[in-house]
Design a protein around this ligand. Structure first.
Ligand code: ATP
Length: 516
């Protein structure tokens, strides 16, 4: 098994063992692609949401937050295009009876060519050492060129088929490139069909005439239909943004990648309303702002990249993804889209209400254009965990699993540990915890050896362990142990708050991205 896949499996079981993520309805054998967050998972998730929310609403004086309902008038989904066009192309393998997204099968084939190229480059880099000229190698090596041209050819054909909505051609590509089902290994494919991803339910009793309504597949529409409410009640002027965090639901065809692709998930979306014609300038600006937000977490700049869309959605005139290097390759974590005036115009048409902004500087009314930044909380959660998961061999030969979660996002900030369970040490440790609990999420742990307790805290990513020993009672000092280096220092109890605050403070992180 490739090493990365192995790590992904370990990460999934680690998440369960340490209270981050549990399969939903587990005692009933689970429910496909639905997950529950445990005691540590929910803290990490809340911290991610706070980082995003504060970066939007505190750092930008012209971004306001809302919380709209999940249930909305069904015509909204007609206007947004979701009833008619929120489809994925699905294909079944007749032997394994497994269902796939045709576009994902082809994208995986493209990735295979990319991987082959990367391997050639890696091999050559090792061979040539410091004299290696990567650019020249990529431009001249015959194997690289061959794979590059196969990739480009497939890419062009794929993008055209997607843009034309040509389902037969998608199937033909799968056949021509001899893409096989990963389970059965065969090429026995059905036709490609469109599959609508929205869940529906009924509102009201049947006697009254129940209405078919949808569980929202994105939070964005709740923002569009409240555009005028927020603009008027907040006396907002263009440009301004509306941010929202909330659940979204999609009946995903293939849902096999843990919390990466779920049927019930959470989004953090911000729609930024701008003057028509200025959208591409703002698109560029939000791309940079969002990338900075990600990189400030310190997981490594190389783990992120932009990926521009081949197929623009029916509403967009520019779109890019921020991808993160997951254990299963670079994958989309966030989408940034220039959505034109599609949504507001369409709501104006379907609702019959005027949804325009009077711009006093231009002395004219218009439907604003929109830049959207849309990130999945759960994918961000997975990015953080995969970027933090480390297995290390210690000097004594033991292995430790440590989650090097950015301290500001860590579920527990510090653990207070009495060296022994007697002689007044537990009382002293509790006193320290009680003084710090108003500022930080703290844990108290007195069970097992100190080594075992450190391991438990490493496994959930706690940045600091504070050990209380006999000397503490007289010198008022404790030992602080740092998660990543495992270094230990003796420090006065009175300095704990300042030391911990420095690394775990949301304020410091926000200042970093705000250029203060
Ligand atoms: P994909 O191509 O992977 O299906 P998408 O392009 O349809 O994603 P968007 O509609 O742009 O995704 O949604 C914005 C964000 O919402 C995504 O970047 C992702 O982080 C998150 N998201 C979308 N679908 C899911 C899902 N099924 N499970 C978890 N997160 C999701």
């Amino acid at each position: 098994m490739p090493q990365q896949e192995d790590i992904f499996k370990k990460l999934i079981s680690h998440c369960k063992e340490y209270g981050f993520v549990f399969p939903s309805s587990e005692i009933y054998d689970g429910l496909g692609a639905v997950y529950d967050y445990g005691q540590n998972g929910v803290e990490l998730k809340n911290n991610i949401k706070k980082y995003w929310w504060d970066s939007m609403t505190l750092l930008n004086e012209n971004v306001a937050g809302i919380d709209s309902a999940i249930f909305m008038h069904p015509t909204i989904w007609k206007a947004s295009g979701h009833v008619d066009a929120f489809n994925d192309p699905l294909i079944d393998n007749k032997d394994s009876k497994k269902r796939y997204r045709a576009d994902v099968l082809i994208e995986d084939q493209i990735t295979k060519y990319e991987d082959k190229i990367d391997k050639e480059v890696e091999k050559a880099a090792k061979r040539f050492g410091e004299t290696f000229d990567e650019q020249k190698f990529r431009a001249t090596n015959s194997r690289v060129l061959e794979n590059q041209s196969k990739k480009d050819e497939l890419h062009t054909r794929f993008a055209k088929a997607l843009n034309d909505g040509d389902l037969e051609e998608l199937r033909q590509i799968i056949l021509d490139y001899e893409i096989v089902c990963p389970i059965s290994g065969t090429k026995n494919w059905t036709d490609v069909r469109q599959f609508n991803l929205m869940f529906s339910t009924e509102m009201g009793s049947t006697a009254d005439g129940a209405t078919k309504i949808y569980l929202r597949p994105e939070t964005a529409q709740g923002i569009f239909v409240n555009f005028l409410n927020v603009q008027k009640s907040g006396r907002m002027k263009i440009p301004f943004g509306i941010a929202q965090i909330g659940k979204a639901f999609r009946n995903e065809i293939v849902a096999r990648q843990f919390v990466f692709r779920m049927r019930e998930f959470e989004q953090m979306e911000m729609q930024f309303f701008v003057r028509p014609g200025e959208e591409l300038k703002w698109f560029e600006q939000w791309k940079q702002t969002r990338m900075k937000w990600h990189k400030a977490l310190g997981l490594g700049d190389k783990k992120y990249r932009f990926h521009d869309h081949d197929k623009l959605a029916h509403y967009a005139n520019a779109a890019t993804d921020i991808e993160f290097e997951m254990p299963f390759g670079f994958k989309e974590v966030e989408g940034i889209h220039s959505r034109t005036d599609f949504d507001l115009s369409s709501h104006e048409k379907y609702s019959g209400k005027n949804i325009r902004f009077f711009d006093p500087e231009l002395n004219q009314s218009y439907i604003p254009y929109v830049i959207e930044t849309s990130i999945g909380v759960d994918r961000m959660f997975l990015a953080i965990l995969s970027g933090s998961y480390c297995e290390e061999t210690l000097e004594n030969g033991e292995m430790r699993v440590v989650l090097k979660i950015p301290p500001v996002l860590a579920p527990v900030k510090l653990a207070v540990l009495p060296l022994v369970k007697k002689d007044g040490l537990p009382e002293k440790a509790r006193e320290i915890r009680n003084n710090l609990k108003f500022d930080f999420h703290c844990q108290y742990d007195e069970k097992d050896s100190i080594g075992k307790r450190y391991r438990r805290q490493d496994a959930i990513g706690t940045p600091y362990c504070i050990t209380v020993d006999h000397d503490t009672l007289t010198d008022h000092c404790v030992t602080i142990r740092y998660r990543d280096t495992m270094n230990q220092e003796r420090i006065p109890i009175s300095s704990l708050e300042t030391i911990i605050e420095k690394k775990v403070s949301m304020k410091n992180l926000l200042k970093q991205i705000a250029n203060v």
